[in-house]
Write a protein that binds this ligand. Structure first.
Ligand code: MG
Length: 228
């Protein structure tokens, strides 16, 4: 499918994904999955049918199964599982780094009177570990801890836009995973894929992205060609 044409000057708000879009964290999702699966097995739940889910969705599913018999047991499972994934996320963040140009990108958007927000399925602690002064560069950051339903549900974009006073029709969601494109579409924003993660241009076009960027800072030139 060809990318759609739209008027970039109609965009005043840019919502970014974090890992793979503004920073490199190298989270070991396989290790995360193994450790959570082993916790699930210890709770007497067969984890095999959950193998093709994302880890957060695996945890939710098992939580709901366990809650049928014991709400406390389900809550304690969720707490333990989240501790496992947070430890792995924070460890990855310690070894991670912002991409070159991320701070300049956020500063450039501000100078061009474009608003920016960041939404991530990661936890706040990991984001702060890799980007301690994030709020000096981007006032609105919506992590997993801030919402009930994470991407691809639109709740994170909706919350970011309500804090920014933005509107989906004047916003673009940028991310390195097709799930980011799906999230933008669910919220009614324009969408852009970036090639700084593990996906290719075709993957984003297939997901229905409006544009594909080599890296996130390219958005400045796309939205304000007269300035950048
Ligand atoms: Mg990402």
């Amino acid at each position: 499918m060809a990318p759609s044409l739209f008027d970039p000057s109609a965009i005043d708000t840019v919502i970014f994904d974090f890992d793979g879009t503004l920073a490199r964290l190298n989270i070991d999702f396989e290790q995360m999955r193994r450790e959570v699966a082993s916790l699930i097995e210890r709770r007497g739940v067969d984890s095999r049918s959950l193998q093709n889910r994302f880890v957060l969705e695996m945890i939710d599913e098992v939580h709901d199964q366990l809650a049928v018999n014991s709400k406390d047991g389900a809550a304690s499972f969720r707490k333990k599982a989240y501790r496992i994934i947070e430890d792995i996320e924070v460890e990855a963040a310690r070894k991670g780094a912002l991409f070159d140009g991320t701070k300049e990108l956020l500063t450039g958007l501000r100078k061009a009177s474009l608003q920016a927000g960041i939404i991530t399925r990661n936890c706040e602690k990991a984001v702060r570990t890799v980007f301690p002064d994030i709020h000096d560069y981007c006032p609105v950051v919506v992590c997993r801890n801030d919402v009930r339903r994470v991407k691809p549900h639109p709740e994170q974009i909706n919350l970011a836009l309500s804090r920014l006073g933005g509107a989906p029709g004047r916003s673009i969601m940028i991310g390195d995973h097709p799930i980011d494109i799906e999230t933008g579409k669910n919220a009614g924003t324009r969408t852009a894929g970036v090639l700084t993660g593990h996906f290719r241009e075709e993957d984003f076009l297939q997901a229905g992205a409006d544009m594909v960027l080599r890296e996130a800072p390219e958005i400045l030139r796309r939205l304000k060609p007269e300035r950048f």
